[in-house]
Design a protein around this ligand. Structure first.
Ligand SMILES: [Zn+2]
Length: 355
């Protein structure tokens, strides 16, 4: 499946700027409005976008990640996606200042190597940055996808102007991006920010990472669906199944949310339990980092106030009052484009076009 989106007016304006730039100034390092290619490599989809220095998307391409076929097939799919998105924008690789890839799992932004990723089978120590750079002949950068999302929010979204904040992505798992003093905190190898795997309950459910009771086993969309299925199988009285075609296997975070909106007691109870665990994890983050802001994104956050308000309240009950009073909570603003826009922001920063 391939979806293409473009904003014709914006592209036209950009083209005019580009042609003006080429006539006036052949030195790219001082060009008026440089362009980069941001890539959000996910376990299920590849999103590529040509982005300008204002964080505006000129063209976007979404395709399925052939994850099961291994690294070579995925890299080939990334190259094809890049070709399509450049065609859409009407530009060539020569007009790109840089490419930046946001990759899932553990990677090192300094060496450009993806160590391993739970969503990409057979990816072990893949030098992704160098491979793409060689094939595309454009300066290429790599960073973790959730760190990219945090940078996107910092430059163009909910965290503008913040110096110390944490971006929490609540989805099928939980991702994190930690920004300290305006910089991504990547740790010694570049694998920091794996907040979804902090232990909340040593006796809790088994996690994909091999541990038990990680935050994401208790406070993610997967956790909500698992608990709902369990309670339904145990015979609980609920309308959740009505939203899942009567099939317990189709129960997910969305069906629980729909039932809760209609006042279903079990659904409301499950969301309250989820909020509790989200709050516990947020309290831990506030204790450790004393952030000025926590940005909450990801599909699960679309449940909204019903989930987030009690989570914030619970966090407040578990944290020093002064530290808690200084924290602001905000919803992420960039949605599904946070990865590509954030990767672009990183590229612009690395080439000195963003401060
Ligand atoms: Zn884990």
């Amino acid at each position: 499946m391939i979806e293409n989106e473009k904003n014709k007016g914006s592209i036209q304006m950009q083209r005019q700027r580009i042609s003006k730039r080429q006539k006036v100034n052949k030195n790219k390092s001082v060009s008026i409005n440089p362009l980069v290619l941001g890539v959000d490599l996910g376990g299920s989809k590849i999103l590529s976008a040509v982005v300008n220095v204002k964080g505006e998307i000129l063209s976007r391409d979404r395709s399925t990640t052939p994850a099961a076929k291994g690294p070579e097939a995925v890299i080939q799919a990334m190259l094809e996606s890049a070709k399509r998105v450049l065609n859409q924008a009407g530009i060539t690789t020569a007009e790109l200042e840089a490419i930046c890839i946001g990759a899932p799992g553990l990677s090192n932004p300094k060496t450009g190597v993806v160590f391993t990723s739970p969503h990409l089978p057979r990816w072990t120590d893949v030098p992704l940055r160098n491979i793409i750079e060689k094939k595309m002949d454009v300066k290429t950068l790599l960073l973790n996808d959730t760190n990219a999302a945090a940078l996107g929010e910092l430059y163009f979204g909910a965290a503008k102007g913040a110096r110390n904040f944490i971006c929490v992505t609540l989805g099928t798992g939980i991702g994190g991006g930690i920004v300290i003093d305006g910089e991504i905190y990547a740790g010694s190898l570049g694998t920091a920010g794996e907040i979804g795997h902090m232990t909340i309950d040593t006796n809790g459910p088994k996690c994909n990472c091999g541990n038990t009771g990680c935050w994401e086993t208790l406070a993610s969309g997967t956790a909500l669906a698992r608990e709902a299925k369990q309670r339904i199988s145990d015979g609980a009285k609920t309308s959740i199944l009505e939203y899942a075609d009567g099939d317990v296997n189709k129960v997910n975070a969305e069906t629980v949310h729909k039932a809760a909106q209609q006042g279903d007691t079990l659904a409301k109870e499950l969301i309250a339990q989820l909020a509790y665990y989200i709050g516990v994890g947020l309290a831990n983050l506030i204790h450790i980092f004393n952030p000025e802001l926590i940005v909450i994104g990801g599909g699960l956050s679309n449940i909204g106030d019903m989930l987030l308000e009690p989570a914030y309240k619970l966090a407040g009950e578990r944290v020093n009052k002064t530290a808690f009073a200084s924290v602001r909570f905000a919803r992420a603003e960039l949605g599904r484009n946070s990865g590509v826009i954030g990767a672009a922001a990183y590229a612009f920063r690395e080439i000195g076009k963003l401060k």
